[in-house]
Design a protein around this ligand. Sequence first.
Ligand code: ADE
Length: 258
Amino acid sequence: MFVLFGTANAQRIAIMGAMDEEIELLKVDLLHKKEVRKNGITFFTGKLKGQKVVLLKAGIGKTNAAYSTAILTANFKLKGLIFTGVAGGLHPDILPGDIVVATKMIQYDFGAFKNGAFETWPTRNLVQNNKRNTLYLPVDSYLLEKTKKVVEQIKLAPFQHRIPKIYTGVIATGDTFLSDSKKAEELYSNFKALAVEMEGAAVAQICTMLKLPYIVIRSCSDNANRNAPSDYAAFVKVAAGNSAQMVLALLDHYKGEK
Ligand code: ADE
C-alpha cells in the first residue's frame, strides 16, 4: 500500500500560515469550503488541487503557533502539515520574493546565557519522557524530496526583473521580528540559517513530538536588517504569494497519489 505522508488512516493535509496574508490566496482556491471554529481558531476545510486539506491562521509567534497546532492536532486527523509564509532572509544573496524550503528548523532563542554569551539549547520532548529533541529539527524527508521535485518544475512570476530563487536549508525561529544585520549575520554564521521567522520551529517541535510529517516553506519579505520593517510592508504580499504558489504546486504534485 502506498502511504503518502505517514499514518495509514490519515485524512487531511494541514496548511498553516501565521497571518491572513499568508493563507488568503489558498483560501480563495479552496473548493467545497467549510468553516469550523474550535477554541478560538477558525479552520477552513475543503480541497486544494484535489487534496483534502484544513487551512488555518496560526497567529504570530511561537506561543500562538503552538496553541493553534495543539487545537489543530486535537481536532483533525492529519497526514501531514505544511507551514507557509514569509520570513527575513539571512544571506545577502537572498532577495525579497525568494523562497527558502526548510531542510531543518531551529529555535534560536531557546537556551541560556553562559559566560555572557547566549547558548541555544535543544528543546525537550514532552511526550517522550522529556528527552532532548535534536538541536535542529529535520523536516519530513519524503515531503522535502517531493518539494525539491516541485522546485525543478515551478515557474514563479518575475519580481523586480528577476525570477525568484528557491533555496533549501535551515530556517531559524524566535519570538522577535528581526531588524538587525549583526544578529542576522550571527544566525547565518552560527546555524547556517538562510531565513528567520517566528513560528516554524515551534510547530516543528510539536510535529516531531506527535510524529506528524511536516515541512516549512517561506518566502522572504525582507533581509532582517534595519530596512526590514519597510521592506516587509512593501514585499509581504509578493512573498506570501510566492510561498502559497509553492504550496499549491506541492499539492498538485500529489495528484493521483493517495
Ligand atoms: N517574518 C518576516 N520577516 C521577518 C523578520 N525580519 N524577522 C522575523 N520574522 C519575519
